[in-house]
Design a protein. Structure first.
Length: 321
């Protein structure tokens, strides 16, 4: 008899990433395929099932369940994708039901940050902790909350939108329509914008950043800042410390609200900020009334670019309550 595993499926606006994951959270095999995000709902579903079929044909393991990280907003209880801006082909689309009907196995659906938080709790950096707050910082900021091994969804499934907690009610307008969300202030695009603004004000200080961007100031991004920081650039260091300044009050609010026993941060920007984790922890007490904030570990996520695959599988393996 073949060994059993789960299939973790990560659906984005341009790709479908799929991996075979065992009960220990190890990704045994994976591949990517293009996603058809515009057009008909069935065309979008076909892109997903073609990718799943390809992976199933290349594995000898018995797939006993499928977990899907899908763009939100969605209803995780019923597995319905509601109205995701990145995948406009799906509106009130019963994704779990459609996939389950085709493959005759249980299917779970949740958003990527919730699922990644669960994967970190089951197998990653948050293993052994009861009250987990997870954040992924990249192009945007997504967050997930796991209490006693279960994702906290709230009444309607919409809980955990920590990236849209405002820290400046006079701040810039976020894509969600609110003012001063941490996402519009501290995610990758904001870091790039802050860099370009500083270069415009002090061109000499930004010479390395501009050089790394091929001589084009408009091409400076958060990735450029990370590369310049790795070379010891003072302006890049200043820009990343500015980001820490913004993350500290946000995380202070999170700690006062949730009282987690661990904070796990992942995503491309998080990898860039890892050298500043201790500085971020040092600043938290000034933004938090919780007297135990300094005791909360601030950890880098275990799963990097594969967080969606691991997260999808985690939806399958988590104890049912």
């Amino acid at each position: 008899m073949s060994a059993k595993a789960a299939l973790g499926v990560d659906i984005g606006g341009t790709k479908v990433a799929i991996g075979v994951v065992n009960r220990e959270g190890k990704i045994l095999a994976q591949q990517r395929a293009p996603m058809v995000a515009s057009g008909s709902a069935e065309a979008g579903l076909d892109a997903v099932t073609v990718a799943i079929d390809s992976k199933l044909s290349s594995t000898t393991m018995e797939i006993e369940s499928i977990g899907i990280c899908a763009p939100g907003p969605l209803d995780p209880t019923r597995g319905i994708v509601l109205n995701p801006p990145n995948v406009p082909c799906w509106r009130n689309f019963p994704l779990a039901e459609k996939v389950s009907a085709k493959y005759r196995v249980p299917v779970k659906v949740d958003n990527d940050a919730n699922a990644a938080a669960l994967a970190e709790t089951l197998w990653g950096s948050a293993r052994g902790f009861r009250y987990v707050f997870y954040a992924t910082i990249g192009t945007g900021i997504g967050t997930g909350i796991v209490f006693d091994g279960s994702i906290y969804h709230g009444k309607t499934g919409s809980a955990g939108e920590g990236g849209h907690v405002s820290i400046d009610y006079r701040g810039p307008v976020c894509a969600c329509g609110k003012l001063g969300c941490i996402e519009i202030l501290a995610a990758g695009p904001a870091i790039g914008l802050r860099a370009r603004t500083k270069i415009a004000a002090e061109p000499k200080r930004g010479s390395l950043l501009v050089s790394l961007a091929g001589g084009d100031v408009s091409a400076v991004t958060s990735e450029t800042v990370g590369r310049a920081y790795a070379q010891g650039d003072a302006l890049a260091t200043e820009i990343l410390l500015d980001t820490v300044d913004l993350l500290a009050p946000w995380l202070g609010n999170i700690v006062d609200l949730l009282d987690p026993d661990v904070i796990v941060i992942g995503g491309g920007v998080a990898a860039m900020l890892k050298p500043f984790f201790e500085e971020l922890k040092r600043r938290l007490p000034a933004w938090c009334v919780n007297p135990h904030v300094s005791d909360i570990p601030l950890l880098m996520a275990h799963y990097g670019a594969d967080a969606g695959i691991a997260g999808g599988a985690a939806l399958c393996y988590a104890p049912q309550r």
